[in-house]
Design a protein around this ligand. Sequence first.
Ligand SMILES: Cc1cc2nc3c(=O)[nH]c(=O)nc-3n(C[C@H](O)[C@H](O)[C@H](O)COP(=O)(O)OP(=O)(O)OC[C@H]3O[C@@H](n4cnc5c(N)ncnc54)[C@H](O)[C@@H]3O)c2cc1C
Length: 430
Amino acid sequence: MAKKIIILGAGLAGLSAAWHLKKKGIQATVFEKEAIVGGLCRTKKVNGFVFDYDGHLLHFQNNYALKLSKRLLKGNLIRHERKAWVSNFGIFSRYPFQANLNALPKPVAEECLWGFVRVCNAKPAMPGENFLKWINATFGLGIAKHFMVPYNEKFWAVPLNQMVCSLWVEKFIPRVYLSDIVNGFLEGSCDHFGYNAFFWYPKKGGIMQLPLAFEESIGKIFKNSRINRIDLEKKEITINGKDKEKYDSLILTIPLPELIKIARPLPHKILACLNKLQWNSIYNLNLGVEGTCQPDKHWVYFPHKETVFFRAGFFHNFSHDLAPKGKSSLYAEVSYSRNKPINRKNIVKHVLRDLYKLGVITKKNKILVTDENDIKYGYPVYNRNYIRATSVIKDFLYSNGVITCGRYGSWKYMSMEDSILDGKEAAEVF
Ligand SMILES: Cc1cc2nc3c(=O)[nH]c(=O)nc-3n(C[C@H](O)[C@H](O)[C@H](O)COP(=O)(O)OP(=O)(O)OC[C@H]3O[C@@H](n4cnc5c(N)ncnc54)[C@H](O)[C@@H]3O)c2cc1C
């Protein structure tokens, strides 16, 4: 008899696993707690505005993932050249900060340049146990002080000296050479650094068109089906507190810390490792506004502590389809964690206050629509326990017939592309 494969979660990772299994002639069964597929990669329509859950742009680095997405989206995908900025010292300067020093006040730019020159003369920093040390040793004290440290402290919402960076930093933080820094100091740079120099986005319908296209060709997806028990001994899941379903193999894309509540039995050692996992959460405020707003920007970084959000982006510049004619739409992202909570009561007021204060929106941009999203599991944090805890948990699950997959199942800083590829890899096990 064919093996019964169950996939938990219909985000991009779960959908990709199901799609790739189907391609091999294997029909898996997918359970999703929400009424629609897509997970974080979802879109909603509010009074004529099309909002994603926070900014979701495709930064392809892998040709297979790009080709697959193009095929699924049947031409509904446009490539854009990034227009990203940093808001600092009362001005907007081009991103990456470290390669565009010329727009900054002269003493700041010189401090950044000389700080970098000093570290160039030292041994290159290897990503290791202390993210803060790596920043200082890679970019020098000026760039660290004026951008890298405050931005990352705000973004991760945990002390940077408690983070390891060997597994992710080279991919997500653009390194630059002395020549780039000097060029950026003298005249501004050509702006093609890093994994996100280009992005792809659907011409119509928001980012959710991608999971919807996967769904079309998969079949057995049960929505409104929350898994509230995984019995690892009986190899059985419980759906919505009543229905039971046996499996031979489970592909798990739901966040690992959720296992504390739903998986049984969990040996003490595994429970201890699950309790060591750390993450930040993202509060996202989407806005639909009257008139034009920042027509030359895709997104802006806000490193300062005084500004409540760490980034804001402009949906209407990703696709004209996302805002009604003559109107604009944007998102602001606020990071928080157990160490650094936010005041939910005043958050909308504070976000709007800072958007006006920094000139991101003006009085002409009357607010027409607000839409809030609270993303509990934002970014898995690479703390000092990360490597051991994740490998112990994954080995235990694997020996019990559970394959972990996706950003929250694999518990990795993954992009949408990575999640698609991780789903493919999970399917290759069979
Ligand atoms: C704020 C933010 C911004 C991002 N921006 C970008 C970007 O610009 N570009 C990019 O490439 N990537 C971005 N990402 C990353 C991207 O969203 C993820 O890599 C990808 O969407 C993860 O897909 P996934 O399937 O692994 O997880 P998810 O999308 O979380 O899917 C997991 C699914 O499991 C379901 N589920 C959970 N618990 C249960 C349960 N008990 N029972 C049944 N179902 C359950 C959930 O409802 C969900 O549908 C961003 C992430 C965040 C948090």
